[in-house]
Design a protein around this ligand. Sequence first.
Ligand code: NAD
Ligand code: MG
Length: 388
Amino acid sequence: MKRISVFGATGSIGQNTLDLIQRDPDAYDVVALTGGHNIDQLAKDAVAFRAKIAVTAYEDRYQDLKSALSGTGIDVACGSQAIVDAAQRPVDIAVSAIVGAAGLGSGVATLEQGATLALANKESMVCAGRLMQSKVKSFGGRILPVDSEHSALFQALVGEDISSVERVIITASGGAFRDWTLDQIAQATPEQAATHPNWDMGQRITIDSASMFNKSLEVIEAKELFNFTPDQIEVLIHPQSMIHAMIGFTDGGLMAHVGPADMRHAIGYALSWPNRADLPLERLDFAKIGRFDFSAPDLEKYPPLRLAYRVMAQGGLSGAVFNAAKEISLDAFIAKKIGFLDMAAVVEQVLDRVGHQFSSESDCLSLDNVMAMDHIGRITAAEIIEKL
Ligand code: NAD
Ligand code: MG
């Protein structure tokens, strides 16, 4: 039996994870489940999966969770520190599926107990890649990627020598506005941005897919997870979202990872690694699919991609600033305070102003510094948005 915790259990990745656990209940002993405002889902799952503790991120939801779980013997807690405390409960594996930099604390705590972190929360690697890797080294745990492109890269690298990697291709569907003009995109509403042609995901990552902020986070995530150099990493538009990533080797050959657009593949691979499980996924029928299309991304249409390469060149803790500014800009776009293309413009201005602070290797290994840069990124973005 694997002891497992799921951080962000009520979200899209969390629910897909619980779907796999529920199909193989004898394989798992559920320790902690955490969520946010959706107390009904969290309480229902805590009971169904016999969790030892359920935590809501929000203090004002504590009483509701407590009443929902009264008499069950399940511990109840609230707040971001309680999530970190829950991540200190011994497990074999934890799934990091909180959205945003809020997922960092539970990921670090999991690695500090030397456990395996199945990482969907790409923001952890963008904000604190070096810190996360240093925790792996110091405590002997590991990070298994759950983001589909990174799971694909990880799988394409099995048995390969990393020094024979020449290029890394991460695919992108092109999101909701793939076929829109720049003028149309400038007028896009949050409702239009929150639909995805291929993947069913949480609202924030879906909007980030339309802007390609998601892909820009993934480019940085790839660098931080596998230690690739920025010039090795390419982004390719592939509207079918079936090839998730490719690795090109020094001999000119490539390994492509192909599969349906279903996150249970990448989650299941991480949960079963180094083995493969029998997963309930659609089997692709290539004769029916007929063709795969590819095109180069238009950097004018997708300025966040350009910013990702800037962040990698800038180094230091600019990733934490980048992500924080992106989160605040996304909030402002969702609240209809700024337009769709303003998000990238705000993030670029924040990078200009504060992206350069903390640039030495040791600076990057401190969680306090990461949180400080996250904070500075947020307030600087809020100031810029206020003046727009
Ligand atoms: P979601 O919005 O569906 O769920 C987010 C979860 O985090 C919920 O359980 C929510 O309660 C919790 N949460 C939100 N704010 C929180 C906070 N401040 N503190 C603590 N908990 C909080 O998101 P999702 O789509 O499942 O994405 C989760 C993570 O996985 C993100 O980092 C995303 O980029 C990554 N990811 C998602 C997908 C996908 O298919 N959904 C694919 C690849 C990577
Ligand atoms: Mg992805």
